[in-house]
Ligand binder design. Structure first.
Ligand code: ASP
Length: 338
């Protein structure tokens, strides 16, 4: 029987049309753009239905509200489709894919995020292959998790980061292998794919949360972090150097200790992208261990931010949230990192 896939169109370059102010999403032009893709009319192509978000966005404007809306579409139509393709702008796609990986609890179907660098309405659009291959992945029955297909690579959604504003290979998954070899055939790499879940599928919706991301650099002044913390941040992702090292640890320590007293959760990720945070490996990170900061291990900053949203919505106890930040909830972290 023909597989049935739901396309959720959220905005982004893939469906944008030229306007006097530059490219912008256009819901009424979108079905026509799809009709022009040759493969869609082939007999083996899955049947599909398109659902547009209530407000199509440049993805730089995405918030937890749109994540909840995408989640509700999937929840309400979960049994009607074999899989889901989310068309999304590239700028924040890694955040949205990470968020959905936590929110879609008990997921046992494919949710494939994709988009393009060149709009479908233009020559040489990478949107054609990105969309067609994502549809085939969503219909395959092989994938039971949130993933992202882009530029010939199928990757776990909460492991990706955007690495290029111009290349057609715009995303990378620095700490987790690709989920398939995509060549003349699509060969799934089963040992890296999630086994899915036998739990009942449910959507966990997110609330707003005061989260900050602070990137370390030579000459970083701890008093500036103090003002972020005094401004009410409940969670801070500290993008440290290398294996989790920070400058000016002696001065930062009292600021972080005061933050701990207030119940703020500090998570340390690495600016390197590839590799693991190992707090205490160097004296330059030992201050952090003493202040109760938690290691993000090999998590992307995108996964750390969205995991904080998820945990702040779900739990109120700080120690529980800290312990779960260091645990693997949806394949976002490697605890056996070598
Ligand atoms: N600014 C666009 C967006 O993220 C870029 C893109 O789609 O590639 O919505």
């Amino acid at each position: 029987m023909k597989k049935h896939v739901c396309i959720i169109y959220t905005g982004g370059t893939i469906g944008m049309m030229p306007t006097d102010d530059g490219y912008a999403p256009n819901p009424s032009a979108f079905p026509e753009l799809l009709d022009k893709i040759h493969d869609i009319s082939l007999p083996d192509f899955p049947s599909y239905e398109v659902i547009c978000l209530s407000r199509l966005l440049d993805s730089s404007d995405i918030t937890f509200r749109e994540w909840n809306e995408i989640g509700r579409v999937i929840r309400d139509r979960y049994e009607d489709f074999d899989g889901f393709v989310v068309l999304h702008g590239t700028d924040t796609m890694a955040y949205s894919a990470s968020a959905m990986s936590f929110m879609l609890e008990g997921l046992d179907k494919a949710v494939v995020f994709t988009g393009s660098q060149i709009p479908l309405c233009r020559m040489r659009s990478d949107g054609t292959d990105n969309l067609v291959t994502s549809m085939l992945v969503a219909a395959s029955g092989e994938v039971r998790e949130v993933c992202l297909y882009f530029g010939g690579q199928l990757m776990r959604g909460n492991r990706v980061t955007k690495i290029s504003a111009d290349d057609l290979e715009a995303f990378s998954s620095p700490n987790y292998p690709r989920l398939a070899e995509i060549g003349t055939a699509i060969v799934y790499r089963k040992k890296f794919l999630s086994q899915g879940s036998s739990d009942k599928f449910r959507l966990f919706e997110l609330n707003e949360a005061p989260i900050a991301v602070i990137k370390m650099f030579p000459g970083f002044q701890p008093r500036l972090l103090e003002s972020v913390l005094a401004g009410g941040a409940r969670g801070v992702v500290l993008e440290a150097f290398g294996a989790g090292n920070i400058p000016n640890g002696k001065e930062l320590e009292p600021v972080l200790l005061a933050a701990r007293e207030r119940g703020t959760v500090i998570v340390v990720t690495s600016q390197c992208g590839k590799g693991n945070v190992s707090l205490g490996a160097y004296a330059a990170s030992s201050y952090l261990t003493r202040t109760g900061a938690v290691s993000g291990h090999d998590m992307t900053t995108e996964a750390a931010v969205t995991k904080l949203y998820y945990l702040f919505t779900k739990y109120s106890d700080t120690e529980t949230i800290k312990a779960l930040m260091e645990s693997d909830l949806a394949g976002e972290i490697s605890l056996d990192y070598k």
